[in-house]
Design a binder for this molecule. Structure first.
Ligand code: SAM
Length: 234
């Protein structure tokens, strides 16, 4: 089972998403367990302070080191050998190979989600990895943690309804998946490429390979070559 703990100011905001689809089933079948830990429970004084102004000046507020550390320590004592991940815009770019590494690790994952101007940088001494989910700034780390948990869960044994889906999925082996179509065969003058209804499995496999190559080329900044699976308006 993949055990996940989300530490943050509003970690519970993520839970509704995880009730549905692959993530919901994984939880119901005991393959995924997500818990949250609110920094507000580790706040100071009657005003429940969890943040303060940055030393050296500047705009906004920074989450306090002592508050985040107490939350992390209270969680860590309940887990065996947790792997602690900080979400930050300055972190390592999260990609498929990291998702695979985390999925295979079999350790509880603790995600520290920032808010406001981020977290006091001393927290760096208590983490195993720091990830960014892209070159842009989010309001909080919760969504970033959710993206990572989703990507990892799909790669865990038995979590996808059909394990075969993984084999051809985009970013496996650094490749993209071919375009897919379903019913209706024709709609608003757009038809499904005829090769897919030819019944010729060798031709279909060849067309899919060609399409995946064309999409790869486009991703790498090259011109997208002709593909038998591109939908054309009739
Ligand atoms: N002042 C910070 C900076 O310039 O890097 C941005 C803080 S951001 C408003 C608040 C929190 O959102 C961060 O502490 C981090 O946890 C999360 N966050 C923002 N962008 C992110 C990204 N691209 N990837 C992962 N987490 C992100």
């Amino acid at each position: 089972m993949l055990k996940v703990v989300l530490i943050g100011v509003f970690p519970e905001t993520l839970l509704p998403y995880f009730k549905h689809g692959v993530m919901g089933r994984a939880q119901r079948e005991g393959k995924l367990c997500i818990e949250t830990c609110s920094l507000l429970d580790f706040s100071h004084g009657k005003h429940r302070k969890i943040d303060d102004t940055p030393y050296g000046g500047g705009p906004g507020l920074v989450l306090r080191f002592d508050v985040v550390l107490h939350a992390l320590e209270s969680i860590s004592t309940k887990l065996s050998n947790p792997y602690v991940i900080l979400l930050e815009a300055a972190g390592q770019s999260f990609a498929h190979d990291e998702a695979l590494r985390l999925a295979e690790m079999n350790r509880p994952l603790v995600f520290i989600c920032g808010r406001y101007e981020g977290i006091d940088a001393r927290i760096e001494h208590y983490i195993d990895a720091s990830y960014s989910i892209g070159p842009y700034v989010l309001s909080g780390g919760e969504l970033a943690a959710g993206v990572i948990v989703d990507a990892i869960t799909r790669l865990r044994p038995g979590c996808l309804g059909n394990a075969k889906s993984l084999a051809e999925e985009s970013h496996q082996d650094n490749r993209l998946e071919y375009r897919q179509y379903t019913k209706p065969l024709e709609y608003r003058s757009l038809s499904v490429p005829s090769v897919l209804i030819s019944g010729d499995h060798a031709k279909i496999a060849e067309a899919r390979k060609k399409d995946a190559n064309a999409r790869d080329a486009k991703r790498q900044g090259n011109c997208e070559s002709d593909s038998p699976l591109k939908s054309l308006r009739s």
